[in-house]
Design a protein around this ligand. Structure first.
Ligand SMILES: NC(=O)c1ccc[n+]([C@@H]2O[C@H](COP(=O)([O-])OP(=O)(O)OC[C@H]3O[C@@H](n4cnc5c(N)ncnc54)[C@H](OP(=O)(O)O)[C@@H]3O)[C@@H](O)[C@H]2O)c1
Length: 234
């Protein structure tokens, strides 16, 4: 029975797949949760994280396979809308996938981490939690909510030996989305990001894996930006 399972939400592609791959390479037993139920490494469980009953059942199923040591709340979506035209359904869907699933997965994993005397929860936020970005009201609000949850959970669960850290990336070049196909996007990134390039999924993954590997108990409740200094650039 594995005794150090790491649950990664949204491990089927993008940053989550890179995190799963990096953690597996470092010897962790990785279980990915996503709608497609696929993963580049480890085990994969199909679960729509907006479905509370499905999420509860998925975590219980993972716990039956062995002890859970850590959780990476990575799954997320981004839907751009003019705020003046943003419908409640679109707003709520972004909040459900990004923020509510982080709350639910953390709540469900908590007793398992507590039972083994502690563990680590890494949330994946975004630097949009501290900047004003046009047409990104729902996404930015969801990421600010994740930063707030990180602080609250860190304070509540510190005595259970549980560290909660929010890793907040800047622009990360994942798959060939419309944004990255437009040459203007890269030119804009070069001008705006002091490092003059987007980050890679592997850079985020290495940092997340180092947080789990080091388990520095005094580092908890914080949001750490990994954005090539974009968010602090004047
Ligand atoms: N890429 C960036 O520039 C960037 C920057 C800052 C922060 N982030 C954050 O990093 C995280 C990963 O982003 P990414 O760029 O890697 O996105 P991505 O490539 O679109 O991957 C998103 C992941 O979330 C899963 N997912 C989406 N909705 C789900 C649902 N309802 N239930 C279960 N799983 C669901 C997807 O799997 P299925 O489709 O199989 O369900 C997929 O594995 C997100 O939280 C995002 O906000 C990304």
């Amino acid at each position: 029975m594995p005794d150090d399972q790491v649950v990664v939400t949204g491990g089927s592609k993008g940053i989550g797949a890179a995190i799963a791959t990096e953690l597996a390479a470092r010897g962790h037993e990785v279980v990915s949760l996503s709608r497609s139920g696929t993963a580049p490494v480890g085990r994969a469980v199909a679960c729509d994280l907006t479905d509370e009953a499905a999420l509860v059942a998925a975590v219980a199923g993972v716990a039956e396979q062995g002890s859970i040591a850590s959780l990476v709340n990575n799954a997320g979506i981004n839907v751009a809308h003019k705020s003046s035209e943003l419908g409640l359904a679109d707003y709520e869907q972004v909040m459900r996938v990004n923020a509510s699933s982080t709350m639910l997965a953390s709540r469900e994993i908590y007793p398992h981490l507590k039972a083994r005397g502690g563990g680590t929860i890494v949330n994946i936020g975004s630097f949009f939690d501290k900047v004003g970005v046009r047409h990104q009201l729902a996404y930015s609000a969801s990421k600010a909510a994740i930063a707030a949850m990180t602080r609250v959970l860190a304070v509540e669960w510190a005595r259970d030996g549980i560290c909660v850290v929010n890793v907040a990336p800047g622009y990360i070049r994942t798959e060939l989305s419309e944004f990255w196909q437009n040459p203007k996007s890269l030119a804009w990134i070069e001008e705006r990001v002091p490092l003059r390039r987007p980050g890679t999924s592997q850079e985020v993954a290495r940092f997340v894996a180092s947080l789990l590997g080091e388990r520095n108990a005094f580092l908890t409740g914080e949001t750490i930006y990994i954005d090539g200094a974009h968010g602090i650039n004047h």
